[in-house]
Ligand binder design. Sequence first.
Ligand code: BTN
Length: 249
Amino acid sequence: LGRAHRHHATVGSTQSAAAEWADAGAPTGALVTADHQSEGRGRLGRVWADEPGRDLALSLVLRPKLRPEHLGLVPLAAALAVCDAISGANARLASGVALKWPNDVLLEGQKVAGVLGETRWRTCGSGSQSPTVLLGIGVNVNRRTFPPELAARATSLALTSGADLDRSQILADLLLALERRFALSPEAIVHAAEAQIPALGNTLQVGFPGTDRAPLIGTALGLSPSGALRLEASGEIVDVHAGETTVLP
Ligand code: BTN
């Protein structure tokens, strides 16, 4: 990963830059990084903002050889890799790292990193379709402030550890961790992710922002083989593929 690499001081979104490069024939593993994104995107249509020069924003162009039902495991494996890189960066951080389904990384309960997977389909010569995944990862590394509406729910590695970290070292560790996690079987990714999601076993509310689907409340049983959240709700087993989870007391 990252053998082909484009770095921008400022870019709208590394996702858009990666999409353009993918269309122009970027090889699998091509990496786009930026010191600052002026139009960073999060999941579910949200904005992703950084503190210029202090955080990590990257996108990878991936052409995975996975069955369509397993493509959702790419961002899940990436979230695990982010956990690995954070745990390795500073011993004080390791014990507080957790996953929040589908692929948020929390540090002591506050969001420190997010992962965005966008899949595009290309028609090959034979007429069959092959996927390109634009995998975006944002890590709050050295930022010290958040807008008031996020301050209670978000943190950075520096805020939690008390010291600035070396962004290029974290990027290098993260690329290695991604390679290791992508080498796992689909079952192993699901298994490893389940072990990092403390909310499993609890009653969750799952909201569907940006849609008119009513929120679901149920017990989180685990993950399905494709990485969906498996809930028991009103006596039925439901697999949820995207949404926003909140643990209910
Ligand atoms: C989320 O938690 O909602 C996902 C956040 C993903 C942010 C990253 S930063 C690099 C890449 N470029 C973007 O515009 N978004 C992703």
